[in-house]
Design a protein around this ligand. Sequence first.
Ligand SMILES: [Zn+2]
Length: 139
Amino acid sequence: MVSKKIPCDHFVINIIKEVLKKRHIVQSQEDLTFLVLDKLKKYDKKFVLSPRRVRKLVIKIPNIEIKAKTKRSPKMKKLDKCPVCKRKVNKIYGKNLLNKKIHIGYICKRCGYTTDLNSLMPMKYLFIWKRKNKSLFSK
Ligand SMILES: [Zn+2]
């Protein structure tokens, strides 16, 4: 069995900062994880890192802005009444990857009709290094 090592938060945060400072922008959660893990492995080849953890840590870094790109489908439409039984439908909410409550679909509580707006879910994340506080971080 290959042993794995979990790098500590502080260490990963420093590497994330390093990567984003250099690149300014990273186009996806997966790319960011790959870049960070690549650097981590220079310290120890056993280090492992999940995209989920990277995102959680990024949220703690005030210098990094996360932008979610949402893809909208043209067939998505507002629904007031259940198409099956004509009762008023309720909205279904879920959480997106940034832990924000978002509207994801409709449910009819009488007949159980549901529709979900998967097309409203964010498709892509951008990680942007903000350079506003550069004086605080200058070497
Ligand atoms: Zn119904």
